[in-house]
Design a protein around this ligand. Structure first.
Ligand SMILES: C[S@@+](CC[C@H](N)C(=O)[O-])C[C@H]1O[C@@H](n2cnc3c(N)ncnc32)[C@H](O)[C@@H]1O
Length: 262
C-alpha cells in the first residue's frame, strides 16, 4: 500500500517534471533530491548489500564491472547443459565462475559437473562472505577476484562469466543510452576478456553471457570458435560496438566460445 503510494507519487512528479516549464522543473528537482539523498543514507545505514556496492564504486571503480549482485540457482540451464554436453568425455575439469556473487552459480555448476574442481571469484567481499558460509565440498573454493589470485588456481577448462561484463543494463535500456563510453567503455570489457583468455586451456570453453559487448570484437577473437548458436536470447539491454556506441536493432551475441589449440 505504502509502496504503491510512493510509486504513484514518484510517477506524478516525473510527469510534472517532463511536462512543466523551468520553474516547475526546478521545484520538482528541489523536492526529489533530498528524497533521493535520504533514501541513499537509509540504505547505507540499514542495507549491507547496498553498502558493499557503494564501497565498490568508491574504492574499486576501475576494477568493478556489473555492481548488482543479483543471481539465482540454475539461472542459465540451456548454457549450462550445452557446456556439460561439450565436456561429456572429460571428467577432471577445472572450472572458474568469474563474478560468482553469493555462490548460487558455483552450487549450480556442481550439479552439472559432479567431478570438477570449481573456483568461484568475486570482487564484492560482502558476497564472498556469504559464499564462504555455503555447504561446499573439498573441490570447491571461493577467492577474491584479482588477476594474480585467480591465476594461482588456473589454468581453466571452462570459465563462466555470466552477467558480469556489463553496467546497469536495465537503466541503459530504459534510458535508451546511446554510448557506454562514460560508464563502461569497450576497453574495460576487452581488457578483462584478454585476462580471462590468458587463463584458458586449449579446447576449453569461455562462456561470456549477458554482456553489452561481443568477444568477437576483441583482440583475442581469432583464438576462438563459436560453439552452437547460443545467443543471449533473453537479454534485454541493447548491445554496443568497439567504440562503445549502441548497435541499432538487435545484433545476436553468441555466448559460448571454444579456445582453439595453438
Ligand atoms: C549480476 S551478478 C552475476 C552473478 C552470477 N554470475 C549470475 O549470473 O547469476 C554480477 C557479479 O559480478 C561481480 N563483479 C563485478 N566486477 C567484478 C570483477 N572485476 N571480478 C569479479 N567479479 C566481479 C559483482 O560483484 C556481482 O557479484
Amino acid at each position: 500500500m505504502l509502496n504503491s503510494m510512493i510509486r504513484s507519487a514518484k510517477e506524478s512528479l516525473k510527469a510534472r517534471q517532463a511536462s512543466g516549464g523551468p520553474i516547475v522543473k526546478l521545484a520538482v528537482t528541489a523536492l526529489v533530491l533530498p528524497w533521493k539523498t535520504a533514501l541513499a543514507v537509509k540504505n547505507i545505514i540499514f542495507n549491507s548489500n547496498y553498502r558493499s556496492i557503494v564501497r565498490l564504486l568508491l574504492f574499486s571503480s576501475r576494477k568493478v564491472h556489473q555492481t548488482s549482485s543479483f543471481t539465482s540457482m540454475d539461472r542459465y540451464p540451456v548454457i549450462f547443459s550445452a557446456s556439460r554436453d561439450y565436456f561429456q568425455d572429460k571428467q577432471e575439469l577445472n572450472i572458474l565462475s568469474y563474478g560468482c556473487s553469493t555462490g548460487e552459480e558455483v552450487l549450480t555448476l556442481r550439479q552439472y559437473f559432479p567431478n570438477a574442481r570449481i573456483i568461484g571469484t568475486d570482487i564484492n567481499k560482502h558476497s564472498l562472505a556469504q559464499c564462504r558460509r555455503l555447504p561446499v565440498d573439498g573441490r570447491m573454493d571461493f577467492i577474491y577476484s584479482s588477476p594474480d589470485e585467480i591465476r594461482k588456481h588456473g589454468p581453466f577448462d571452462a570459465i563462466f562469466c555470466m552477467a558480469v561484463l556489463q553496467r546497469r543494463p536495465h537503466r541503459v535500456a530504459a534510458n535508451k543510452t546511446a554510448s557506454l563510453a562514460a560508464i563502461y567503455p569497450f576497453e574495460r570489457f576487452e581488457e578483462t576478456v584478454a585476462m580471462l583468455d590468458s587463463l584458458m586451456n586449449p579446447n576449453g570453453l569461455l562462456i561470456i553471457h549477458f554482456t553489452q559487448y561481443s568477444l568477437m570484437d576483441t583482440k583475442v577473437a581469432s583464438g576462438y570458435d563459436i560453439l552452437g548458436d547460443y545467443d543471449q536470447y533473453d537479454y534485454l539491454s541493447p548491445t554496443f560496438d568497439v567504440n562503445s556506441q549502441v548497435i541499432p536493432g538487435r545484433k545476436p551475441l553468441n555466448s559460448i566460445f571454444i579456445k582453439k589449440s595453438p
